[in-house]
Ligand binder design. Structure first.
Ligand SMILES: [Zn+2]
Length: 300
């Protein structure tokens, strides 16, 4: 019996199945993988429209934040339906827009982490004992990849400051969350996203986390002036709060690296409100609130 993908948590297998189902139904989608996780799971990307001019949406960097994966795939499915319905004869149709601009979605940057969050350490293959051991030592829920590296601390942006902040917080080794690894881009999941951004010359990047109903848009002096204007627009449209980060409040994150290295706009969305993992029942409400904002963001 068919089930509703959006009514249940997105395990890795369900996500893969859903992406293949969408690709079959909407042949204009391009489904490919950009690398593999520590445990060899493919990290999937989906492209739509002109892939020589793309924005990027990426979700599920953090294990407990798997609802971001459901949100991005839900958006993708609705966008595909709109493309089908949109007539290319209409001026400014979605179809025509996508001939000029496209976008990429990486719904699950951290598949091993999501599996650990949803199915426990046993899902972590050769790292099962290691993960179980780290979990026993900590009261924190799992956010990292299978090696206990927090991917959103592993990007090459202020890495030294990132490590210093970790040390001050007493985090000096692999951990369920907030340990950034020994060196930037040490993790295959991080490298896969970096190579995707460079390979596709991504124009604008959006990272999806949960929770807080907030939008982050700054990282130091390379933040393009237009970032504030885009973020203000998206904030007004979504009702999410715009967060100013005085100086350099965070380091090692994907959006930090994107801004610092490429000098282009990147944003972090903290979706929903509550305690992670946000229950799957919240998806509809979050999606309804963000749908228009995602449409604008995808084709900026
Ligand atoms: Zn997060």
């Amino acid at each position: 019996m068919a089930y509703n993908f959006y009514a249940v948590p997105p395990t890795y297998d369900r996500m893969v199945e859903q992406l293949h189902t969408l690709q079959k139904r909407f042949p204009f989608l391009r489904l490919f993988h950009i690398g593999k996780s520590v445990l060899g799971r493919k990290i999937y990307a989906v492209g739509i429209g002109n892939l020589r001019h793309v924005n990027l949406f990426a979700g599920a960097f953090h294990a407990q934040e798997w609802l971001t994966c459901s949100l991005l795939i839900r958006f993708l499915e609705d966008l595909c339906k709109s493309v089908e319905e949109s007539s290319s004869k209409q001026p400014m149709s979605l179809h025509e827009t996508l001939l000029e601009k496209g976008f990429l979605i990486v719904p699950m940057v951290n598949p091993d982490g999501v599996e650990i969050a949803l199915r426990g350490p046993e899902s972590a293959g050769r790292y099962a004992d290691f993960v179980a051991c780290l979990q026993e030592k900590s009261t924190q829920s799992w956010q990292a990849n299978a090696r206990g590296i927090d991917l959103n601390h592993n990007f090459d942006a202020g890495f030294a400051q990132c490590k210093e902040a970790e040390r001050q917080a007493g985090i000096t080794e692999p951990s369920p969350r907030q340990y950034g690894g020994e060196r930037p881009h040490s993790e295959p999941e991080t490298r896969a996203l970096v190579q995707l951004c460079i390979g596709f010359d991504v124009r604008v990047a959006f990272a999806f986390h949960s929770q807080g109903e907030e939008i982050f848009y700054e990282y130091g002096e390379n933040t393009p002036p237009v970032s504030y204007h885009i973020a203000s627009l998206l904030s007004a449209y979504s009702g999410y709060r715009l967060v100013h980060q005085e100086g350099l409040a965070s380091h090692g994150g994907f959006k930090d690296w994107f801004i610092d290295r490429l000098g282009r706009p990147a944003f972090t969305f903290e979706i929903g409100k509550g305690i992670n993992p946000l229950p799957v029942e919240q998806l509809t409400k979050i999606y309804q609130q963000l749908h228009g904002t995602l449409s604008i963001a995808s084709l900026l």
